[in-house]
Design a protein around this ligand. Structure first.
Ligand code: B16
Ligand code: MG
Length: 218
């Protein structure tokens, strides 16, 4: 059997941490007098922490000094980490573990490619760290998705060529990053949003072991 590298995004693919990001951002927005809804939160998916704050300030037509922004970023992250602290395996999204296990059993490389600087903590919390051959997170890269850097670093760490990499992503910018890296992109979520992906599924329950086998042998 061939060996491919399967790169997983974290938030929205392995776990749904968007709900915790939302609660922490909403608290900060309220403090700043900015109306921030669940719908607005969609814009923050896959986007870096700093960029997320800029989007929220933009919603309220506000600007702030770098010093203030730094203080708010720390405050938001502390609150977010308090939610993460309570996470356990029950928060792993449906069939993610089955897919990881199938890939491992078939000697495939598994990599994390996330914008989050908290990725390692989250993987440890849900006890999935041991499945991964390499972790590429927000601390390891300087350019955010849709730049392909995060996925290209992942390919390099597993000594794989981009053509042999398959990316699972829930964010439009993430699919663009995978395509720009010359990798096969698989959208997890809404097909209307992720229309640039090579394939798209609602979630991992729709991805069979036979399909994974096909991807490996491609
Ligand atoms: P942090 P992903 C992303 O994770 C989230 O989707 C995005 O909403 C968040 O702002 C970003 O991580 C940074 O997270 O504040 O923990 O560094 O989808 O790339 O796994
Ligand atoms: Mg994501």
């Amino acid at each position: 059997m061939k060996q491919k590298t399967f790169i997983f995004d974290l938030d929205g693919v392995i776990v749904d941490t968007a709900k915790y990001h939302f609660l922490a951002w909403q608290n900060l927005a309220t403090q700043l007098g900015i109306h921030f809804t669940n719908e607005d939160n969609e814009q923050l998916k896959g986007v870096s922490r700093v960029r997320s704050l800029e989007i929220i300030l933009g919603l309220g037509n506000q600007t702030a000094s770098d010093e203030k922004k730094e203080k708010w970023l720390v405050q938001k992250n502390e609150e977010y980490l308090a939610y993460i602290e309570k996470m356990d395996e029950s928060e792993i999204l449906p069939d993610v573990k089955r897919v990881l296990q199938f890939l491992k059993d078939n000697n495939q490389k598994i990599v994390l490619g996330s914008a989050s600087k908290n990725a390692k903590v989250i993987l440890d919390k849900v006890h999935l760290t041991s499945y991964f051959d390499a972790l590429v997170d927000g601390n390891a890269v300087s350019k955010a998705k849709p730049d392909p850097e995060v996925f290209l670093v992942g390919a390099k760490l597993t000594a794989s060529t981009p053509e042999n990499c398959i990316v699972f992503e829930d964010a439009f910018a993430g699919i663009q990053a995978a395509n720009a890296a010359n990798m096969l992109s698989i959208g997890i979520g809404d097909k209307a949003v992720l229309h640039e992906a090579n394939y798209c599924f609602n979630d991992f329950t729709a991805i069979s072991n036979e399909f994974l086998k096909e991807l490996i042998e491609k």
